[in-house]
Design a protein around this ligand. Structure first.
Ligand SMILES: Nc1ncnc2c1ncn2[C@@H]1O[C@H](COP(=O)(O)OP(=O)(O)O)[C@@H](O)[C@H]1O
Ligand SMILES: [Mg+2]
Length: 215
């Protein structure tokens, strides 16, 4: 993943300033900065949900920022796994069916053997048929990570995955994401204002809240 001259302005005010930044394939990086420093704006640009007002963003060798909306949706589905802060598992579906639906949407078909393998790898084999509300917080996180991975993403992205968690759950969440990314060779990008996890990452990009009227 690479940013070139990347920044974003809203209403004439620069709200995110990255410039040039490269994250090598298979590496892990932490995007760190206080609330309002542009972390979510950057994540939204990386995932193709937002068009940068300046510069380019490349994902898996393709210029996400130059693609039309349908092309971005396709690139996101093909290459990116997203873990939401609030997990966003579908309550009416079992863990296994949450993964199957994600695979059908991204790949057109569900691979039930691979789903079982992934669920086992995140330690949820005994909970595959449980509904999300029957899971503990830690189990729900594992399910959300498994769902993000079941489309075989080259880039695993999470926005504030630990901010609502106590210390031991925050550590477990980061361990799991490292483990999962390493097992599949995925590139890992985590945005957070959570200083507790910063020491885990050699590769860090620190954002500061831009000055008012910097644009
Ligand atoms: N939809 C929006 N419209 C206008 N301003 C926004 C919008 N979303 C975010 N902002 C502003 O952009 C800045 C960066 O926000 P954001 O990227 O969400 O930062 P972070 O995720 O680091 O808290 C903030 O000042 C925020 O108020
Ligand atoms: Mg944010």
């Amino acid at each position: 993943m690479a940013a070139r001259g990347l920044s974003h302005a809203r209403d004439g005010r620069t709200v995110m300033q990255i410039g040039d930044w490269t994250l090598q394939t298979g590496c892990h990086a932490l995007l760190l900065g206080p609330s309002g420093s542009g972390k979510t704006s950057f994540i939204n640009i990386v995932t193709g949900l937002l068009t940068p007002t300046q510069g380019e963003l490349w994902v898996a060798g393709e210029a996400m920022s130059r693609l039309p909306p349908a092309g971005r949706d396709a690139l996101r589905r093909r290459t990116i796994g997203l873990v939401f802060q609030t997990l966003r598992l579908i309550p009416a579906l079992s863990v296994a069916d949450n993964l199957a639906l994600a695979q059908r949407l991204a790949l057109g078909t569900a691979d039930h053997a691979e789903i079982a393998r992934l669920i086992d790898r995140v330690g949820l084999a005994h909970r595959a048929n449980a509904r999300p509300r029957q899971l503990s917080q830690g189990e729900g996180q594992r399910a959300a990570i498994a769902r993000a991975l079941c489309t075989r993403p080259r880039l695993l992205v999470a926005d504030e995955p630990t901010s609502a968690l106590d210390n031991s759950n925050a550590t477990r969440m980061i361990d799991l994401m490292f483990e999962a990314a390493n097992a599949t060779g995925a590139t890992l990008l985590i945005a957070t204002h959570d200083g507790r996890i910063a020491h885990r990452f050699a590769n860090r990009l620190d954002l500061v809240a831009p000055m008012a009227n910097a644009a």
